[in-house]
Every structure is written in structure tokens, then in C-alpha cells.
Design a binder for this molecule. Structure first.
Ligand code: SF4
Length: 193
């Protein structure tokens, strides 16, 4: 940490302690101290540039990796990238959360029975079979063959497909065909929401 930064942080901490004695919150001081720590880490990090995987805008990113642990600790917009000039939408700004460095990232299937307050760990076979079972049940119940004018429509209006911008064009095509084949009419994409 540079001398100037150290003095700034010391002043803020001193002021914060004085304010806390008057019953005022120290939260802004703690946030400032965290920012200073992050700024120091960024100065010594290994940085590499990449492109956001989510949509065809292709925003540029800078990933910072801690030299000691080898782990990513920050991802932000690249100000020198011609497409986004440092700006990111909410999905791009949250990319760090899907990296392996996020210890809260979901890695397994968690299932909670209707009415239960407990989560159970399950495998993917369970999850896929359960989704298929519920979809079939719902489709059998609500499939509409003819509309009110007697025209054949073969549709389901009680389920929808929300696509992911994290999939390829071919995967989008396959999932859309699958959904249309089942009679879905509500098909959308998260990038549009
Ligand atoms: S998802 Fe957002 S951040 Fe990522 S490329 Fe698209 S617009 Fe840029």
C-alpha cells in the first residue's frame, strides 16, 4: 500500500471511530477499507482479457488472478475494449459469481419436497426424471387440441420455455424444436428480459 493510501485509510478509520462514539454507523468506513484492500490486490494481480460468454454483444472483460492462490478474485469490464468500453450489463457484471472462486456456487442438485423446509441432495437422473414426470402430467392435463372456433391448435399454455443466453445457436434450435413439438407457445430468451 502506498503512503498516500495508508494515510487516507488511517484518517477515515480515525474519523469512523470518532463517529461511532457519537452513535453513527461505521459501515462506510469498513466499505472504504475493503475497497482499499481490493485496490491493492488488483495492483499485484495477474490480469488477462477475455470476452463475456453470455450474448453476441461480446463485451470485453479483465480477469484478475491472485498470484499466491492462482484464483480469480475479480472480473470487470475492459475500458479499452471497443464494444463496451468498460461497461457491462447485470449478467456480465455478475460473471464472477459463476467462477470456481465463488464458494456459494451451486454444484449439485438440491431438492425440497412440497411442504418441506429441508433440502435434500440428489443426482441429475433424479432431477431430469422429476422434471419430465411433472411436464408430462401438466401437458396431459392442459393440452388444447381445438380452440373455441374449432380450429386445431395442439397447444399447451400452462408451461413456458425460458432459454439461456449461455447456450449455442444449435442448442437454441434444438430446445425450441423440442418445446414447439410439445405444443409450447410461450418461448422466450433471458437476454430479452
Ligand atoms: S451479456 Fe451483457 S456483458 Fe455479456 S456480452 Fe452481453 S451485453 Fe455484454
Amino acid at each position: 500500500m502506498k503512503r498516500r493510501s495508508f494515510l487516507k485509510m488511517s484518517c477515515c478509520l480515525g474519523a469512523g471511530l470518532a463517529l461511532s462514539g457519537l452513535g453513527l454507523t461505521l459501515a462506510p468506513v469498513a466499505a472504504y477499507a475493503d475497497d482499499m484492500k481490493k485496490a491493492d490486490a488488483l495492483r499485484t494481480a495477474v490480469q488477462s482479457t477475455t470476452v463475456c460468454c453470455y450474448c453476441s454483444v461480446g463485451c470485453g472483460l479483465i480477469c484478475s488472478v491472485d498470484k499466491a492462490s492462482g484464483k480469480i478474485f475479480n472480473i470487470e469490464g475492459d475500458p479499452e475494449h471497443p464494444v463496451n468500453e468498460g461497461a457491462l450489463c447485470a449478467k456480465g457484471a455478475g460473471l464472477y459469481q459463476v467462477s470456481a472462486a465463488n464458494e456459494h456456487r451451486l454444484m449439485k442438485v438440491l431438492y425440497r419436497k412440497p411442504g418441506s423446509d429441508k433440502w435434500e441432495e440428489k443426482d441429475w437422473n433424479f432431477a431430469i426424471s422429476r422434471i419430465a414426470e411433472l411436464m408430462k402430467k401438466e401437458r396431459d392435463k392442459s393440452f388444447i387440441v381445438n380452440n373455441e372456433k374449432g380450429q386445431m391448435v395442439n397447444r399447451v399454455q400452462t408451461m413456458s420455455l425460458m432459454g439461456s443466453s449461455n447456450v449455442l445457436s444449435e442448442e437454441c434450435w434444438a430446445t425450441t424444436q423440442f418445446a414447439r413439438g410439445l405444443g409450447f407457445t410461450y418461448i422466450d430468451h433471458q437476454a430479452r428480459v
